[in-house]
Every structure is written in C-alpha cells, then in structure tokens.
Ligand binder design. Structure first.
Ligand code: PLP
Length: 485
C-alpha cells in the first residue's frame, strides 16, 4: 500500500492580496456617472482605506486556495476524541438556510413567528424523548454553558429548599469543563478517583458524599470512552444525602435510543447539539448546549420558555424561580434548525443505529490497534477508545510525534494528552459516519506509524513533512502570538 493514503493536493504559495494587487485592476464595472459630482460630508472625509486593486479571478482564486488548505470533515476523517467530528448531512444546512428561518428576526412578535416557535417547542419535545427527561431549555450556546446552566439550576433548587453547600463531586474522568462550571457557580469541585476499570465505583462515592455536597457531575460515557455502569447506584447514594446528579451528555451519540437516561437516576443533563445533532463545529461556534431536567427542577430553568397555550406558541418570562436569562433572545436558533432536521430525517430508529455504529467503529479500532499501542483500560468501549504512547516511549517517540505524523498520511490527528488520567493519551473517536474502508485506511496509517517508531523514529520527529506548515513551536505560539499573520 502506498505511504500516502489521502492526497494533500498541490500546494501553492499564496501571497497576501496586497502583494497581488496591481494599480487600476478591478473586479466589477460601475455604470458611467450620470449625476453631478458632489463632495462627501466632511465627517466622512479622511484617508481612503488601503485596499489593493484586484480582478475577480484574483480574489476568487485567493480565497478558494486558502479554503483548500483547511482540513475539515468534508475532506477527510477527523477522529478527534470527545469532539464528535462526524459528517453533517448537507440537507440540514439547506433547511437552516430556508428564508423563513434564516430571515426570521427575534424582535418580530410571537404571533408572526409561530413556525419558529413551533420548531423550538417541538425540538424540546424530541430531546425529551431522546433523553427520557421532563423539561428542556435550548438557550445555552455551548456544552460548557449548559453545564453552568445546570449548576445554576441545582443551586437554585437547593436554595429554594433553604440548603447551602460548598462542594460538588467531580470524577477524575469528567470532562475538563465540569470542574470549571462548578467553580463558576461557587462550588468547590472535589475530585473522585475512578476505579481500576476506569469507571466510578459506588463505594468511592459513598466515602465522600456528605450533606455539604450539592451533588455530582458525571460525564457519561466518561472521557475514557467508558460507560459509567454504576450511575444508578451512585444516584441513590447522592440523593440519600440530599444531592443532585448532573450528567454531562455531550457525547450522547454513544447512547441515543439505547439508554433511557431518565431512568438512571440523573436529575440534569446537557446535550451538545453541535456534536451529536449535526452542526459543523471546530471553528469556534456557534453551538447549542440544551439542558434537560427532571420535573422538580423545571421551575428553575432559564427564561424565556416557549409554551403552547390554546394552540398558540408564546414566549413566557413568568417563571419567578428561574435562574434568569443566559443568552440574548432564545439561543442559537440556526443550530436548533439543523438538530431538528437531523433528528426528523434520521428518525428514532436511525438515531439508535447511529449510536450503535459509533460504538462499533470505536471498538473495531480498539481491537485492531491494541497490539500496536498500549491500551490502559482493555475493555469494551463506547464511542471512543483511548491508547497511550507507553510502547513507543521505549524508542523515544511520544504521542505528539505520532499525532503530527498522521497529518502526513492525510488524517487529522486524534485528541492527544487528554484525558489526564492517561499519561500520553491518544483518544480516538471515529464517529458513526466513517465507512469501513476509511477506518481501515486509518488503522493502516496508525500501524505504519507504530512500525516507523521502531524502525525510523527520526521520520516521526520531523513530522509533519508534507503539510503546508511543518512542526510549530507551540510554546512560542501560545506565549508570543503573532496575530497579524
Ligand atoms: C465537548 C464537551 C464539552 C464542552 O462542550 P463545548 O460546547 O465545547 O463547551 C463538555 N463535556 C464533554 C464530555 C464534551 O465532550
């Protein structure tokens, strides 16, 4: 098999538009002036902006070439663990762009926005069905903001019962945003160690759970890609001491249609629409992190809520116990359209199949690579599997070298050095949308890299060699960022 599985294409050197410009060149034709010339208002006068003169093809080619240097899900496999970089069907983009949705203004009165409100109301309904919980807010703009919303809801619930707590339990396999969200809400996160199987044990929780603890934040599946099997028992222990159970459900793509989370004892859950439910992400947003809660927490959800009264959708702000508003207007509506369209086009059977395939693909990779890379938790995984560089370190090759080398093979690197519980972690999430052929190519690339680590480690130290930019000095990039390009 050839060494390079996917082509990086022709690489052009692309000068700045200012370097390409040539005086007098233009990309459009203005009609001949047929009115008298008159000066600008004095406050509009000043230096003209320094813009280059360019023809239309100059501009089109410049931006098209730049766009081709980008690696994205539309060009190749992007196995970034915990991020669910799956392929998002284009039909969802089409619906999000429908004029009635894209042109809807949030200040239009609700009696003229019934379609938009209905979509949000119905999306809440299908998310209730998918999660098994009782009420939903679509407002948070990201997973982390969903966590904060959930923490605020738990805090408001406790305050309504005249209870104050200083701590919250956060397992060492939780997503990094969890302790941050808990602290933002004024709680001190108490780290709980997972057991030798990489999951939480009920015993570990019963040892630390007390009446000064507001609850627990469990990431399920956790960041080792493992299902937290003891969550129901843990929920009983936490509830018995008056605590609430928060579930980070950002990786719902491993469980849709398979687990009824409402019956696992959790009280609050957030979803990441931009991961599980079809919104392209990775460039910094926008996203949506809806929060789903059990009935007893509904009064505390953020306002405004969308309600249906006598067949009319209305925006309701009258929730006196609400934690308040978290986003301007109603949240990122464009993301909600994509999610709704995705869920309806997939159907519940399709969503279940997607979860099954996500889990199958991850386990296929886990078993194919377990001889080549060290697998710290050698057991059935969910939607992602976590290896480490323990074998390769004997040849002085580390995770970063292997991640960079994957770029030469045409793949985006997996998540590296996360989760923190695994030293030199390599966290692979293939997602359900990759074909067996693509996954096999990825596996061969990883195996080739494991061989290179033994036979020719310098190749890995110099990687990537085929990309536009080579190995970056990441410390300098972080300490002395050059924002001008
Ligand atoms: C991605 C992720 C988050 C954070 O979501 P953002 O939308 O990036 O804020 C939280 N928890 C888990 C488990 C995640 O995978």
């Amino acid at each position: 098999m050839s060494e390079q599985y996917a082509s990086t294409g022709l690489v052009f050197d692309e000068p700045l538009l200012w370097e390409k410009g040539s005086k007098g060149r233009q990309g459009f034709s203005m009609p001949v002036r047929d009115v008298e010339k008159c000066p600008l208002d004095s406050d509009l006068e000043g230096d003209l902006p320094d813009l280059p003169d360019l023809s239309e093809p100059d501009v089109v080619r410049h931006y098209t070439r730049l766009s081709q240097w980008n690696f994205c899900v539309d060009t190749g496999m992007y196995p970034l663990g915990s991020c669910t970089m799956k392929y998002n069907p284009k039909v969802n983009e089409k619906y999000a762009a429908l004029e009635g949705f894209a042109g809807a203004h949030p200040m239009v009165p609700s009696f003229l926005s019934q379609g938009v409100l209905k979509l949000m109301y119905d999306l809440e309904g299908v998310l209730r069905e998918i999660t098994g919980l009782d009420a939903v807010t679509l407002q948070p703009a990201a997973g982390a903001q969903g966590e904060l919303a959930g923490m605020l809801v738990i805090n408001a619930y406790h305050r309504a019962g005249n209870k104050k707590h200083s701590k919250i339990l956060v397992p060492d396999t939780a997503h990094g945003t969890n302790p941050a969200s808990a602290s933002l809400c004024g709680y001190r996160p108490v780290s709980v160690k997972s057991n030798e199987n990489g999951i939480l044990s009920a015993r570990a929780i019963s040892e630390v759970m007390d009446e000064d603890t507001a609850g627990i934040m469990v990431t399920n599946p956790n960041t080792l890609g493992l299902f937290e099997e003891n969550v129901s028992e843990i929920a009983r222990i936490v509830h018995a001491k008056g605590g609430q159970v928060y579930c980070d459900g950002a990786n719902m793509n491993a469980m849709m249609g398979v687990v009824d989370l409402g019956r696992t004892g959790i009280d609050v859950l957030h979803l990441n629409l931009h991961k599980t439910f079809s919104t392209p992400h990775g460039g910094g947003g926008p996203g949506a992190g809806p929060v789903c809660v059990k009935k007893h927490l509904e009064p505390f959800l953020p306002v405004p809520r969308i309600v249906l009264k006598d067949g009319v959708y209305e925006i309701d702000e009258e929730y006196p116990d609400s934690v308040g508003r978290l986003h301007s207007f109603y949240g990122n509506f464009g993301v909600m359209i994509r999610a709704y369209s995705y869920i309806l086009t997939m159907g519940f059977a399709g969503l279940k199949k997607a979860s099954q395939l996500a889990v199958l693909n991850a386990n296929y990779i886990r078993t194919a690579l377990e001889g080549d890379f060290y697998l710290p938790y050698d057991r059935f995984c969910m939607h992602e599997c976590v290896f480490s560089d323990k074998f390769q370190r004997e040849d002085k090759v580390i995770t970063l070298d292997m991640a960079k080398r994957l770029i030469d093979f045409g793949f985006h690197p997996p998540t590296v050095y996360f989760p923190l519980v695994v030293d030199g972690a390599i966290m692979i999430e293939p997602t359900e949308t990759e074909s067996k052929e693509t996954i096999d190519q990825f596996i061969s690339a990883c195996k080739a890299i494991a061989r290179e680590a033994k036979e020719n480690p310098t190749l890995l130290k110099d990687a990537p060699s085929k990309s536009k930019v080579k190995r970056l000095d990441e410390t300098a990039a972080a300490r002395r960022p050059c924002l001008l390009g």
